[in-house]
Write a protein that binds this ligand. Structure first.
Ligand SMILES: *Cc1c(COP(=O)(O)O)cnc(C)c1O
Length: 233
């Protein structure tokens, strides 16, 4: 299967899942996760009309998207992997959104680097919902503290768009569903508590579970393998 064919079927699955769960058509965006795949694969996807991409590692993303953007300045890049503070400056330089924000100190560093660069960036807060994952805010209270920090106006260069999670790697659909519904419930509670903060985005679902995620309220799925094939680590 080519990247074009894969993109086609993933987009079709997304549209079907939207329909099945009574969601508006086009309410779910596709982030194509290109980590470990070359710039040529990203260029292929771009030529099929895909604009939104996700990468885990800042250095890999910087090299790849320098090349990609000379031909396609419309490419949008989200950083989705765990981010060390000393990589924030570089991440802010290349990314349109950082989805894997998992601590308040990281928000402060992003604000500092964006202020220095004269740039406003979007972020998502990652929620820890799976035993086998290491990253993310541990519970509702930790998450709410981070929302409170941003919504109090401490970060003029950071726009909080919503939340992200990774479900457990398991065949047990109940556990996967539980992970997604937990984040949706947290988001609903937080939107109620902070009505002035717009938090529309729920980034949930990967190659193995994106249709489940859409049924549970995802507005953005992060799909790598089903588009670009297996990764050679
Ligand atoms: C790699 C990765 C994905 C994509 O995973 P696939 O199973 O290849 O679709 C999505 N989200 C995050 C955070 C990732 O690291």
């Amino acid at each position: 299967m080519t990247i074009q064919e894969n993109l086609h079927s993933v987009l079709e699955n997304i549209r079907n899942a939207e329909k099945k769960s009574g969601r508006a058509e086009g309410s779910v965006k596709l982030l194509a996760v290109s980590k470990f795949h070359p710039a040529s694969a990203v260029l292929d996807a771009l030529s099929c009309g895909q604009k939104l991409f996700g990468e885990n590692r800042v250095q890999e993303a910087a090299e790849k998207f320098d090349e990609v953007r000379t031909a396609h300045p419309e490419a949008v890049l989200h950083i989705i992997g765990q981010l060390q503070s000393n990589k924030v400056k570089k991440a802010v330089g290349i990314a349109d959104c950082i989805e894997s924000v998992d601590r308040i100190e990281l928000i402060q560093e992003i604000e500092k680097q964006c202020a220095a660069a004269g740039k406003i960036i979007r972020i998502l807060l990652e929620v820890h919902t799976a035993e086998d994952s290491k990253s993310g805010f541990a519970d509702y209270s930790a998450l709410e503290q981070a929302v409170e920090f941003v919504c109090a106006g401490n970060t003029p260069h950071v726009t909080l768009d919503g939340f992200m999670t990774m479900a457990p790697f398991t065949d047990d659909e109940r556990l996967i569903r539980k992970s997604f519904s937990t984040v949706r419930e947290y988001a609903e509670k937080i939107r109620g508590a902070y009505p002035d903060c717009r938090l529309p985005v729920l980034s949930m679902g990967m190659s193995g579970d994106y249709t489940i995620a859409i049924e549970e309220g995802s507005t953005e799925v992060r799909v790598g393998t089903a588009i670009f094939g297996e990764r050679n680590y």
